[in-house]
Design a protein. Structure first.
Length: 179
């Protein structure tokens, strides 16, 4: 996959910023059973203790136990598509890809999101690109998503935790829930 340049990413920003507010769509569910492996699912269970059932998040590692504020990762499908040049989004490493405005202004920490039968709560923990993200999408993608002047846009996505367990399905509506 050819990596996108800053100029190409900047050119795609208006489309990213046109994501719907208030009500969007769950476009992809990805489970990461072991490092480097991805399973694209049509349906999944979200659980208060383990996050996305079958995902390795709940296992952690001896030097990096699971962080309760980083149980579920959510990324804009518009950003993922832009970074991947229309290719596969799953390598981004996120679990849920949504067509929804993820900006801090629209979804501040503490916001609850109804997705299928589950409710998630947006956490304050920042979601930033890692070494693997740079390998998959390039250093320009990491710099572009992490730029301080765009941090409030959450181009790399956000973290959430499960408040109400339930089943989620590709195509489910995702809405800001009543607290």
């Amino acid at each position: 996959m050819a990596h996108r340049s800053h100029a190409e990413l900047d050119a795609g920003l208006p489309e990213v910023l046109a994501a719907p507010r208030g009500r969007g769509t769950l476009e992809r569910i990805v489970r990461r059973p072991v490092p480097g492996e991805r399973e694209v699912l049509d349906e999944a269970q979200l659980d208060i203790l383990v996050g996305l059932v079958g995902d390795r998040w709940c296992i952690g590692t001896p030097d990096k136990p699971p962080h309760p504020g980083k149980q579920i990762t959510i990324m804009s499908s518009r950003v993922a598509s832009l970074l991947a040049g229309g290719g596969d989004w799953a390598p981004a490493g996120d679990q849920l890809f949504v067509d929804l405005d993820l900006t801090e202004e629209h979804l501040p920490a503490g916001t609850r999101l109804q997705v299928g039968g589950a409710v998630l709560e947006v956490t304050a923990d920042p979601h930033t690109g890692c070494k693997k993200f740079a390998e998959r999408f390039g250093v320009d993608a990491v710099a572009w998503t992490k730029a301080p002047e765009r941090a409030h846009l959450r181009l790399r996505g956000l973290h959430a935790r499960v408040i109400v367990p339930g089943t989620i399905r590709r195509g489910d509506k995702i809405t800001v829930a009543d607290s």
